[in-house]
Every structure is written in C-alpha cells, then in structure tokens.
Write a protein of this length. Structure first.
Length: 214
C-alpha cells in the first residue's frame, strides 16, 4: 500500500481475493459478507462500466464491431468471451479498455466502504495494478479438473473452450506465488466456511495490531 494513498491505522485493511475462473471466489466473498465485511467485486464493476451510455461500451463497439452486441445495444457477453479467449491480442485490447475504469471505480468504492477490513474481489490480480493498492492477497485455490467441471456447468460450451479460458489466465502456480493466504476450495461448503471464519478472525487481529502500531 502506498504511503501517499493511506496513513497507517486510519483506513481499513484491504484484502484482494483472487483465484482462477470457477474456483469459488463468489462463494468465499459471500461468506465474508456474512460476517459484515464490505465486499467490492470487480466483476460487478466490470458489468457497470459497460452499461448502455457508458463510454467503454462505445470503445468496445469501435474495436470489436456489432457482432459482440445484442439487438438492444447491450454487450453480448457470450460472444465477447468467444472472441477474447480465442485471440490473445483481442483479449488485451478489451483489457486496455476495461481495466483503468475498473481500477478507478474499485478505489472509489474502497475509500467509501469502511469496515475493519475489506475484501476486494479481483479475478485477474496477477499483473494487475490493483495488486499495488492492497495489503494482503487471498487466493481461492482448487484443482484444475474441478474448475473445468464447474465451467462446463456454468459458462463454457465445451471442454476445449473451458481449457482455453483457463489457459488465458494466470496459472495456478502464479496465483499461489503471490498469496499471503490460501483457501482450499476443493471440499464442501462447510469446509470452506470454516476457513473463512478463521481468516476473518486473523484479519481482525491484523487490523487491531495495525491500529496499535499507528
């Protein structure tokens, strides 16, 4: 965390929650929210910045054409997914449009959400500028085969597409390399809940310790 951005002790601890697609980030974020912890979800922010009338939507149309839009002018997410996960250059073009706007709105929400600590859900944290504005990194981890099966039930149209989506993201090893904390999400919901409960206590202690130091 930049000293220019926050003074020690007078702002919430910021915890980036990350993990591969279909690893269970939303489930973990919900479990933290049950403790009353503010959750800032960059996936939700990403949807907000492409609502009709937003500048990003016009830039996407200029870069990708009408084929990634629905008849009502809204973004066709399934069509966009096919484009960006089949072409790395196209994916980077979309990221250049989206990421600066997502970061600005994420920081705005973080500054106004309060709490002893905050969970900031950032699926693509590896290589993201948002890594520089958080205090800790929490990785939700699971086996790649588990991710693929979840993707097939949720988003992907085929196993080949599911594997392309995984290949376009940071690897499991890269995510774990930046982790301060890890939740193993290969088990059932109760096992995940227990891990969240323990981390909640841990983060509260860290926050209290930070206030004492300041």
């Amino acid at each position: 965390m930049s000293a220019d951005d926050r003074k020690a002790g007078d702002a919430p601890l910021r915890v980036a929650l990350t993990g591969g697609i279909a690893s269970g980030k939303s489930t973990v974020a919900h479990l933290f929210a049950e403790h009353g912890v503010p959750v800032i979800d960059t996936d939700l922010i990403a949807r907000q910045v492409v609502l009709p009338g937003q500048p990003a939507l016009g830039e996407i149309r200029e870069s990708f054409g009408d084929e990634v839009f629905n008849g009502d002018g809204s973004l066709n997410r399934a069509a966009m997914r096919k484009v960006i996960f089949a072409d790395d250059k196209q994916r980077k073009t979309l990221e250049a449009i989206m990421h600066p706007r997502i970061q600005l709105e994420t920081l705005r929400q973080a500054k106004t959400s309060g709490g002893d600590y905050q969970i900031i859900v950032v699926p693509l944290l590896v290589g993201s500028a948002l890594r520089d504005v958080v205090d800790r990194v929490l990785v939700v981890d699971c086996d790649e085969n588990t991710q693929i099966q979840r993707l097939l039930r949720r988003d992907a149209e085929s196993e080949a597409q599911a594997r392309r989506i995984l290949a376009a993201q940071a690897s499991r090893a890269e995510r774990l390399a930046i982790a301060d904390d890890v939740i193993d999400n290969d088990g059932d919901l109760d096992a995940t809940r227990r891990q969240v409960d323990e981390l909640h206590k841990h983060y509260l202690k860290l926050r209290t310790r930070g206030r004492a130091v300041s």
